[in-house]
Design a protein around this ligand. Structure first.
Ligand code: ZN
Ligand code: ZN
Length: 357
């Protein structure tokens, strides 16, 4: 009699690795749906159904996922999982590795309350597994309707919900409250001031009018950066690159079309000088399709004396491990760990967001 593995944990691990490798959403969903469907079964029923090949009669369980379950129950690492582990990305160099190891949390993440794919609880558990001490939940603001941005009322409800989730999470880890607030055309922020004041961390990003002319975009960003509620300036240029970073393996282009978008035009030196003056951190966005800001601008922000936040902008649990891409780019630009705000503890981070000049 061999010891069975935990088949649900194996399915979730596969989903995580697929997300991390930026594979198409439908492939990930197959494993997450199967894990969800099977979590409701007793161990006895699971074993019985695997034995008489009736797992696939359950909604959300297909041939591939059923085979993984059978292998897990037989005590073997599923072949699918073994193959994913074997083709994992290449190692980071020493500096990027040290920077990644110094990060204690992530300041930009989404849940299914806006356009993320997973519940807050799932995101938090993945962050715990990665060794994070905190995760800042930053769902979108009302005007971003395509991303189901949260109204003031829904955000208040989310704050109550996060308090409940936090109470059930392991000690030493917590979800910090936050928002990715739209920087509106006039540079104001798309959420009530009292709510912005209540949140632990406020990330502000431009999502509209990205082709605005230079002086207009500069004014817009300068006004946002000077807003005392804004802690982090998100994906600064708004660019989309189609290339994948080194270390990401797998085909993965099916299911998500390559979109490219030019950087928006603004006076970067003026914006970074304002970030340094108002102590607003510049985000190094780790998403493979963003890689924002480009390295030449990271170097200029560094020279301007800015702080940074190396964030994933994760919309799914596996994407929480994309921080390594941001760390690689930060390391290439010589960003030292002491300029990166998510090397701080949750307490230090929140003390900073609430006492900025
Ligand atoms: Zn954004
Ligand atoms: Zn985002």
């Amino acid at each position: 009699m061999v010891d069975a593995r935990d088949p649900i944990a194996d399915l979730r691990r596969i989903a995580f690795l697929l997300e991390r490798a930026n594979e198409a959403t439908y492939r990930v969903r197959a494993f997450r749906s199967a894990a969800k469907a099977l979590a409701g079964l007793s161990a006895a029923e699971l074993t019985e159904r695997a034995g008489n090949s009736t797992l696939t009669e359950l909604a959300g369980v297909g041939d591939v996922t059923a085979r993984c379950v059978a292998e897990s129950l037989a005590g073997e690492e599923p072949v699918y999982l073994r193959r994913l582990v074997a083709t994992e990305g290449s190692d980071l160099d020493a500096e990027a590795t040290a920077l990644r190891a110094a990060l204690r949390g992530d300041c930009h993440t989404h849940s299914d309350w806006s356009d993320g794919g997973s519940p807050i609880e799932e995101m938090a558990l993945a962050a715990v597994e990665l060794g994070h001490e905190y995760l800042v939940l930053t769902d979108h603001s009302p005007r971003l309707t395509v991303a189901r941005g949260l109204t003031a009322e829904r955000l208040r409800r989310q704050l109550d919900h996060v308090a409940q989730v936090n109470a059930a999470l392991p000690e030493g880890f917590r979800i910090l409250t936050g928002i990715e607030v739209d920087i509106l055309a006039d540079g104001s922020l798309d959420q009530d001031d009292d709510l912005l004041g209540r949140l632990d961390v406020v990330v502000g990003s431009v999502h509209s009018g990205l082709k605005d002319e230079r002086s207009k975009m500069t004014r817009r960003m300068l006004k946002a950066v000077a807003n005392p509620h804004l802690d982090i300036l998100g994906h600064v240029t708004g660019r989309m690159v189609s290339s994948r970073p080194a270390g990401v393996t797998g085909p993965g282009d099916r299911g998500h079309r390559a979109r490219t978008r030019a950087e928006s035009d603004f006076d970067a030196d003026a914006v970074f000088a304002a970030c340094a003056e108002h102590d607003t951190a510049v985000e190094i966005n780790s998403r493979p399709e963003r890689q924002d800001p480009p390295k030449r601008l990271i170097r200029r922000a560094l020279e301007a004396g800015c702080r940074f936040a190396i964030n994933t902008d994760a919309h799914a649990p596996g994407q929480l491990d994309w921080q390594r891409f941001g760390c690689e780019r930060a390391a290439l630009c010589g960003v030292p760990a002491d300029r990166v705000i998510n090397t701080w503890s949750a307490e230090q981070l929140v003390a900073w967001t609430h006492h900025r000049p």
